[in-house]
Unconditional design. Structure first.
Length: 119
């Protein structure tokens, strides 16, 4: 440590990151079942799905992955995980993510499933 410099007190406990006073965690996961009707190959399917996945990561700062139907030309399922400071913020992000996916070109939204983390 540099002379004359004192590090600020850390909000972290002995193990792990910052803790909430009430210990609550605000998190949800949402998955989207997608149909890519114009796709005739896995390469064209990836070309339709990749902008959605990358757009979600960059615009909303969430974790995103293609989780099913990787070997099918016209189907895809992507899942998004959200952790935020409040349930209201999680819901706001879920709404934005859903609008973003629903507006994506070249895909049809077949289904949506949302799961909240219970703490």
């Amino acid at each position: 440590m540099m002379a004359g410099f004192e590090a600020p007190a850390s909000p972290c406990g002995p193990v792990g990151g910052p803790r909430r006073e009430d210990g609550s965690v605000h998190a949800a996961a949402i998955s989207f079942d997608l149909h890519v009707p114009e796709s005739r190959s896995l390469k064209t399917k990836r070309a339709a799905v990749r902008p959605i996945v990358e757009g979600l990561r960059h615009r909303f700062h969430v974790s995103v992955a293609e989780v099913a139907h990787q070997d099918q030309w016209q189907r895809a399922e992507i899942a998004v995980a959200i952790v935020a400071e409040s349930d209201g913020r999680v819901q706001h992000l879920l709404d934005g993510v859903e609008r973003f996916v629903a507006a994506a070109p070249a895909i049809e939204l077949l289904g949506i499933e949302t799961t909240w983390l219970e703490t």
